[in-house]
Write a protein that binds this ligand. Structure first.
Ligand SMILES: [Zn+2]
Ligand SMILES: [Zn+2]
Length: 268
């Protein structure tokens, strides 16, 4: 199995958008020889090239909500997923599937939407089958103004989920039960609470109630309190340690820009 995650950006929020201290390009998830790009924020097209991944191979595009750090480069990524846009008679080639919110569909031009084979308007609770893989929109509690969803992939041998931006909520642990690998957007360290995002101390009890326990947890989408010129230090290593000590999860990994993670090594 060659399934893999490639971190094109471990940063989240407006300070990292501005400074690119941590990049905001989202994550490439390769499964069953399918290349998907989750939440291509600003710089996604730069990072995919910098980290020597091939944008032409992307066929599944997912943008979880209409915050700039999650969908800014979506059109560039769609346009870059083919070597030629059209034939000599200007017949445009159609390729790929976009899964996103109704709101984002209003922001993407018809020119780019028409390049796609299929556009899926996704809402929390929806399930879409992509080439035999069940993709579910998980619940998020994030922005009152924007629709959004997390993403759970159910493959033959394992399940992997991305929380997207969310706070904890009743049912959070149940939403991710049966998941082997969870990619958690953890903006803030320790008990630095945010009204729209997670901090470590808040999420620990919910992680411990996921049954059976996760094989692996990947934390990412760090905000400026976690690690930036504005933070007193890089809190990421201490949060990894804290999660290792206080949860029942065997393997806790911190995302870094450019990190490539083999899925096989994440499974028990
Ligand atoms: Zn975000
Ligand atoms: Zn957001």
């Amino acid at each position: 199995m060659d399934d893999e995650l490639v971190i094109l950006g471990s940063g989240g929020g407006r300070h990292h958008i501005r400074t690119q201290y941590r990049a905001t390009g989202g994550i490439i998830y390769k499964f069953n020889d399918i290349q998907s790009h989750i939440d291509p924020g600003p710089g996604a097209i730069v990072k995919i090239n910098q980290y020597q991944e091939d944008p032409i191979k992307t066929e599944l595009f997912i943008a979880s909500h209409a915050h700039v750090d999650h969908y800014n480069d979506l059109s560039a990524i769609i346009e870059s997923s083919r070597e030629n846009l059209h034939d000599r008679k200007y017949n445009y080639y159609k390729k790929g599937t976009l899964i996103t919110t109704n709101e984002i569909l209003r922001y993407i031009s018809d020119y780019h939407l028409n390049m796609l084979e299929e556009v899926v308007n996704f809402k929390q609770g929806d399930i879409f089958n992509y080439k035999g893989v069940e993709i579910k929109a998980t619940k998020v509690v994030h922005s009152p103004k924007n629709e959004g969803f997390g993403i759970k992939f159910k493959l033959k041998n394992y399940s992997l989920a991305f929380t997207s931006d969310t706070m904890v909520y009743d049912g959070f642990s149940e939403e991710f039960s049966g998941v082997n690998i969870l990619v958690l957007n953890l903006l803030r360290p320790n008990s630095i609470v945010c009204k729209r995002h997670l901090c470590t101390d808040e999420v620990i009890p919910y992680l411990n109630k996921i049954i059976p326990p996760l094989d692996s947890l990947i934390i990412t989408h760090f905000g400026s309190y976690m690690d930036s010129p504005r933070s007193t230090k890089n809190y990421v290593p201490s949060q990894v340690k804290k999660l290792q000590v206080h949860t029942n999860i065997k393997n806790v990994i911190a995302a870094e820009d450019g990190l490539k993670i083999n899925i096989r090594e994440l499974l028990k």
